[in-house]
Ligand binder design. Sequence first.
Ligand SMILES: Nc1ncnc2c1ncn2[C@@H]1O[C@H](COP(=O)(O)OP(=O)(O)O)[C@@H](O)[C@H]1O
Ligand code: SF4
Ligand SMILES: [Mg+2]
Length: 378
Amino acid sequence: MAEETTQPTDVAEDDAAVVQDDAAESVSSDHFGRSAIQDEVVLEVDDLRTYFATRWGTVKAVDGVSFTLRKGETLGIVGESGSGKSVTALSLMRLVQSPPGHIVGGRIMLGGRDILQLSESDMTKVRGGEISMILQDPMSALNPVFDVEDQVGEAISIHQKVKGKVLIDKIVHALRQVRIPAPEARMKDYPHQLSGGMRQRVVGAIGISSNPSVLIADEPTTSLDVTIQAAYLRLLREIQSESGLGIIFITHDFGIVAKMCDRVGVMYAGRLVETGDVRAIFNHPQHPYTQALISSVPKLEEKTARLYSIEGQPPALYNLPTGCSFAPRCPYVMDICREEYPPVFDQGDSQRSACWKLDGGKRLEEAIPEGTGAGAGV
Ligand SMILES: Nc1ncnc2c1ncn2[C@@H]1O[C@H](COP(=O)(O)OP(=O)(O)O)[C@@H](O)[C@H]1O
Ligand code: SF4
Ligand SMILES: [Mg+2]
């Protein structure tokens, strides 16, 4: 990675130490997420719809997405590029660029209220407070002209009115939580002085500094070297087990989902097409799109970047076909698939799949919100 070659030696060594520490716990095929799920629901998303008004028409980037997130669990949202994962994340933060984007429907229940109903000033307290997001690219998340102390300190002081020595202690604590070595010295560094792995950790420190109940990690590892990825994923799990944080983990990589997540929602063309326990979905994918995604993961043990080999392209979201959006690429397509969006079928074990191929199984009519025809809520 180009950015890694420019790092000062001591920083590279810091990463190496963390990575080495992580090597013992590499991706293993029998590790399917974490087991200690607590029952308390921290976030409930119901029939979320986020559309963009474009000159080509209305882009239905998120179209009837429902899921719940429990305390201490990791929920994966997986799908190809352009399926609506990031717009889902931005909607949860109410950071969708508007215009052209608008959240046109749904509810996002957090801490007992619908955050879609909050005023912008109340939402500012929630954002980066109870719900926090780690951006895809650590470099764009950090401001190059401020040092680590300023950036982590700013995040902390927004939500906790502290100054001076108390603030410094909190900054050091946050950096320590993300296992940054020698935090007192390292907090004087600017982003360009840090390696990719350390930058990612600083972004992580900002993300958790407000002690949120929900953390959204949107493809947090894509710009990182695979060994640093493994260390970072492990770090997220450690923080979670210490704090009971609920994590929404967004990725295009089913291999990472299998390693990281407890439950998963598979997203295609703005909708969740299959949802459930990661182990159930990974072992018995029912939806043809999930099957294709999983078969494009070579081996769980391989820590390599993976490319999809699903034939065809995801549809343009302003011009979705009538019926199932996957129909043009689906090897099992039937006439009805092109006529009507499939209902959700209960596969047992909390697995739900929206596919006509499963007709004859238990339909979950009530799971489909009136008028949207969408989604297998997880
Ligand atoms: N600012 C925007 N203006 C118009 N369309 C947008 C905008 N942002 C996102 N979209 C649409 O939403 C779709 C989903 O995008 P995104 O959620 O970023 O996908 P991904 O699953 O790769 O994260 C895109 O294919 C694009 O058509
Ligand atoms: S509904 Fe039809 S086209 Fe869609 S995934 Fe199922 S079988 Fe394929
Ligand atoms: Mg994205």
